[in-house]
Write a protein that binds this ligand. Structure first.
Ligand code: BLA
Length: 362
């Protein structure tokens, strides 16, 4: 668009726009989740000895069907860590995704470390820009009078302002997902979360609750879960990074302290709990639609079942409907809705003491 401007001596008006544009694109391009993954790898290596998982060769890098995005996958294992894996997706300025999880060995009942970050350019704005820019450039080519010129500048500024305020929508989940339900198993809550409540409170204030979510998801979250949804900025990106570092350090500390279990029935319970979690996410994770769009149905299924939620075929044999019978349709198939109850929890359902104060969705 800017190249199509002849020199009208109006550079003064354009300059701030250009400078601001550059600032915007710098802000956007710095929204990379790579530093999160570097931090996690380096920090883990201070605590344990990671070795590449056997899946690393099969799942490493995939290009999206349109060639615009790259999906990077990393996977490791270590003592006490059954499976450490990350999926990051970079699609230029349009979308950034990080799905990072660390699953413990079933011999330890450690929580599952979970960071799911999704940042995207708002569709509305993309549509608006695509529709408006050709129109504006046509005006500029056809009319050189000042009236249209200032109108154009006004429109560009307007778009620019809208772009700044609405272009990056981010949803973030950061948690030490409990292996066992903390609403029922108070002892499990005490064991892992009591000492972490101040950490949770600190970041819950900085990253306000993101509003209603799939009601069924709440049982997989802990009292220190961070669920936030915002128009991204450099500032809150830094807060999320700081929360990520603190939460991951806290998880590693718990891992250091965890003693492997000898009791076979407790190990079996841990195994089933992890399998239930994997089964839930492999069926209902909100990212699946995006993955299907990027790499197609078959490749998405492969990534979900064999990479992201690896263990679903080995840790147990129950199916989704065995764990979540409320999703059964009359014809015996799984209800495709993410939630059968609907969304709820407009505000944070834990009080400052870490007590659950929402309606129990069961
Ligand atoms: C949104 N992701 C969400 C939401 C949650 C989660 C709770 C809010 C929407 C909702 O469910 O109500 C994440 N849900 C979880 C997690 C658990 C759970 C971690 O139950 C664990 C038990 N997210 C990804 C990846 C992509 C992604 C890889 O991890 C994309 C490739 C996208 N997450 C994504 C999108 C949304 C989202 C697009 C918003 C979509 C929506 O609200 O429907």
């Amino acid at each position: 668009l800017l190249q199509s401007f002849p020199s009208f001596g109006l550079n003064l008006k354009l300059k701030p726009l250009l400078l601001n544009k550059r600032k915007v694109s710098m802000e956007i391009s710095s929204f990379s989740y790579k530093k999160f993954l570097h931090f996690a790898l380096e920090e883990t290596q201070l605590h344990t000895h990671l070795v590449p998982s056997p899946l690393q060769e099969q799942f490493s890098c995939v290009k999206s069907m349109d060639g615009k995005s790259e999906l990077q996958m990393l996977s490791f294992q270590a003592p006490k860590i059954r499976y450490y894996r990350s999926l990051s997706i970079e699609c230029g300025d349009a979308m950034q995704v990080l799905d990072f999880a660390v699953f413990p060995e079933p011999e330890v009942d450690l929580p599952i470390f979970c960071a799911n970050f999704f940042t995207t350019a708002s569709m509305n704005i993309i549509v608006l820009l695509h529709a408006t820019v050709p129109l504006i450039s046509k005006w500029i080519r056809s009319y050189t009078c000042f009236f249209y010129w200032s109108n154009t500048c006004f429109l560009l500024q307007l778009l620019h302002v809208m772009n700044l305020s609405a272009s990056l929508l981010a949803t973030k989940i950061l948690d030490l997902n409990p292996l066992h339900d903390v609403i029922i198993h108070k002892d499990y809550k005490e064991k892992y979360y009591k000492s972490l409540i101040p950490l949770g409170l600190k970041y819950a204030e900085l990253l306000p609750w993101g509003g209603k979510l799939t009601s069924e998801s709440i049982r997989f979250f802990s009292p220190i879960v961070l669920w936030t949804k915002f128009t991204s900025s450099q500032d809150n990106h830094e807060i999320v990074f700081s929360a990520f570092m603190d939460y991951y350090k806290a998880w590693l500390k718990l891992m250091d302290q965890a003693a492997p279990e000898n009791n076979a029935s407790q190990v079996a319970l841990n195994c089933e709990a992890q399998h239930k979690y994997l089964t839930w996410r492999a069926e209902k994770d909100p990212g699946h639609q995006v993955l299907r769009r990027l790499v197609g149905e078959t490749a998405a299924k492969d990534i979900i079942n064999n990479f992201l939620f690896n263990g679903i075929k080995t840790l147990g044999s129950k199916g989704f409907l065995d764990y979540f019978p409320e999703y059964r349709c009359e014809d015996g198939t799984i209800n495709q809705k993410r939630s059968v109850i609907g969304k709820s929890f407009q505000s944070r359902p834990w009080d400052t003491g870490g007590n659950f104060i929402g309606n129990d969705p069961r």
